[in-house]
Design a protein around this ligand. Sequence first.
Ligand code: MLT
Length: 407
Amino acid sequence: MIRINEHYLKLQASYLFSDIARRVSSFQEANPDREVIRLGIGDVTRALPQACIDAFHRAVDEMADEAKFRGYGPEQGYQFLREAIAKNDFQARGAEVAADEIFVSDGAKCDTGNIQELFATDIRVAIPDPVYPVYLDTNVMAGRTGSFVDGRYQGILYLDSVKENNYVPDIPKEKIDLIYLCFPNNPTGSTITREQLQSWVDYARDAKALILFDAAYEAFIRDDSLPRSIYEIQGAREVAIEFRSLSKNAGFTGTRCAYTVVPKECMAYDSQGGKHAVHALWNRRHCTKFNGVSYPVQKAAEAVYSEEGKRQTRELVDYYMRNAALITRAVDELGFHYVGGENSPYVWIGSDRDSWEFFDQLLSEAGVVCTPGAGFGKCGQGYIRLSAFNSHANVERAMERIRRSLG
Ligand code: MLT
């Protein structure tokens, strides 16, 4: 008899963004004349930078030419892209990362979801609340948690990220083995200072723990004093893996390209206390389960690091950040408590109502889709998240409608 992985039965009925998409579709079916503006899922709306489009076209032409055609590429990514990443995203900022420590992939969602496979099922895991649901759900699937009781999975240490700690979790008192951090944060848009990140790295070194640092939104940082990479922090190479994505800065949500950095010094331990390089383990997994990102996509990604590509990417990020400013101005005028929007495309808005009721009100009265904070965890109850990924015109109209509905 074929049996299932029963840990899946502990999961909530559906993935947050699928649930929202379903609610929005039924609203649209019931109200075909209402135009809905989507500020929910963080999906970009602007076209790819021209430098990427040109590189993409050239690479497709190469694939059409037998003399230049390429079949399977290196699973870890082509050297041209790994070198461009190491040089521009890290070395240029004084962070020591070598090209062979970069693993190119088709998404930070997959990488942050898959990485936990490398670690034992009985480790202690700390996950922020609120959180991007992938970190939590993949640990549930792997059997690292008990049941879902009163809005939380047993066995997980939740790191509350609330108004009182400025949405940056406090260092736990107990020893934890695996820690997920994301800054600029999804969903709150909060940021972490160098000193705070140094404390986390020091904690991880002391506990022989590992930090999984999701930096998918680093391009939105405006404040130069904030760290963009965990490798700007002393000692991080021994205890941190970093995840990056080209989705939000260069518009690759549909094109798919991201990468994970696993420094050679980064160690994990077997049951006898023997040390193992995480780099070798991830490389083994990657080669076994992944066949690389397509050549044209990697050429398009390389173009992000050309001079025009950098300028065009900056323009894209600036465009969305102007939307973030429109959102923060409106919620400020309406008198809501909020965080984010300054160094992040997300604005996290607090209220005294239930998150899903707030979501329903904005959808039915204003025709605006947000993300209910409760979908990101217990600490998200009472909040909603607005995303800056849409056109100026749509964000302006959405804010006007929200003013009318809530003002
Ligand atoms: C979000 O809206 O939180 C993100 O778009 C989700 C993702 O990047 O997978």
